[in-house]
Design a protein around this ligand. Structure first.
Ligand SMILES: Nc1ncnc2c1ncn2[C@@H]1O[C@H](COP(=O)(O)OP(=O)(O)O)[C@@H](O)[C@H]1O
Ligand SMILES: [Mg+2]
Length: 403
């Protein structure tokens, strides 16, 4: 991924954020145990995490990274502090920076434990602690804020974003219309990660990008929506909000179904939760096939309820963790094979009309027999092809598709 490939390796490479970098360096030079932590805040994708990484690299320090939900319980904090956070080693020559990323990811009231853990780490760490957050004014961070020096990361201005995109294009050997890069920066509103992701979507593997290529990006937006919807289904406790979560996604319900199915097992961990959730999905799937086969759209409401509210209610308790959601494998498979499937269906329909039966019957009853003969009898494929008014290639394609 280009966001990783072009992650800044030194502070100077971090676009914009001059003031923030200066403040951070000053804070770092002055830091002693007992001093305040640094809280880097600002909207997503503007360089908070990568600046800390660049600082550590530049100063030759180890970066010890965790996130708030990994240190929630008392025993987890102990384990974390035990990883050499509490005391500076007399032997180890390399220092450390402790990074606790995205601390506002904790749910406010539920995560009192998270805030407490962070406070302890700040107080007891023998090394400088850096925190990041999108919204430092979140109520749950009230106490933490008191122990921090606040450093703002602003939206990356369009000019700086464009420069970074230009640099990447140069390194990738891509000729890009300046208007395209400008449009990408504008669209992402100071989110450089988003702009780089967009650029990669439209430019990867190509030598040139033009304004028309921007159209592809609609698709990525849809996927951002579905990620939010999946979180809504998996994390929520109310059946109603699970249902609402998917209602604004501009995607076919059966496609949403695939997304939920693909990601369920990464989100839920307890076997009982998984069993109940799969039960709900299986029932949703029954309705799905009834809708398709009988064109009975009234069933759609049941399908959607089962796959959203049903899956959401299947868990005893939401999993407080970050899950990286994936695009359904089936979907990629379908889109890869779409052209072939269209041709296969055409051939099937041709055979069905010659044999006066349904395509389903052709598939289940005739094809296995015909393939058998095609393999065994010299010249059979040719005769069959002319009898069905098809080419031999078409028959070969059919048999390799079903092999
Ligand atoms: N100011 C920036 N300068 C250069 N690259 C950036 C900048 N901001 C974001 N990026 C790109 O986006 C990726 C994600 O940035 P990150 O620092 O994780 O953002 P966040 O502010 O959300 O922590 C980086 O790996 C880098 O490729
Ligand atoms: Mg980050």
């Amino acid at each position: 991924m280009w966001t990783v490939k072009y992650k800044p390796k030194r502070l100077a490479e971090v676009a914009d954020q001059a003031e923030a970098k200066e403040k951070l360096l000053k804070w770092f030079e002055k830091w002693k145990p007992g001093r305040k932590a640094a809280l880097l805040y600002g909207p997503p994708g503007n360089g908070k995490t990568c600046t800390v990484e660049a600082l550590a690299a530049e100063k030759g320090l180890d970066l010890l990274e965790t996130n708030a939900s990994d240190v929630r319980s008392e025993s987890k904090i102990e384990r974390f502090l035990g990883r050499g956070v509490r005391e500076a080693s007399l032997l180890g020559t390399r220092g450390k920076i402790i990074l606790i990323d995205e601390i506002d990811g904790m749910e406010a009231s539920a995560d009192r434990g998270g805030a407490r853990a962070i406070l302890r780490i700040i107080r007891e760490s023998a090394f400088p602690v850096v925190l990041t957050a999108n919204d430092p004014w979140d109520r749950s961070l009230y106490e933490v804020r008191g122990l921090c020096e606040l450093i703002e990361f602003r939206k990356v201005p369009i000019r700086d974003a464009v420069k970074r995109l230009e640099y990447i294009c140069g390194r990738e050997g891509i000729k890009a219309d300046p208007k395209v890069l400008h449009a990408l920066a504008e669209k992402n509103q100071g989110d450089l990660r988003g702009a780089i992701l967009d650029l990669e979507t439209i430019a990867q593997g190509r030598k040139q990008v033009t304004l028309e290529d921007l159209e592809v990006l609609g698709k990525r937006e849809k996927e951002a929506d579905i990620f939010a919807a999946l979180r809504g289904v998996f994390k929520s406790h109310s059946a109603l909000s699970a249902k609402h979560a998917v209602s604004s996604v501009d995607m076919d319900p059966s496609e949403i179904f695939l997304w939920i199915e693909q990601n369920l097992a990464n989100e839920y961990e307890k076997p009982e939760d998984l069993a109940r959730a799969y039960e709900a999905l299986a029932k949703a799937d029954v309705f799905r096939s009834r809708i398709i086969h009988r064109q009975n759209w009234r069933m759609l409401a049941y399908m959607v309820d089962l796959m959203t509210a049903g899956v959401s209610q299947a868990k005893k308790e939401a999993y407080r963790k970050f899950t990286r959601y994936q695009r359904p494998e089936k979907l990629s498979f379908y889109s890869k094979t779409m052209r072939t499937r269209a041709r296969v269906n055409q051939v099937l329909r041709r055979i069905a009309s010659r044999l006066h039966c349904s395509t389903r019957k052709v598939k289940t009853e005739f094809l296995p027999y015909l393939f058998f003969l095609m393999k065994r009898e010299e010249g059979f494929t040719g005769r069959l092809a002319s009898a069905l008014n098809l080419s031999e290639d078409e028959l070969e394609m059919l048999s390799s598709f079903y092999r």
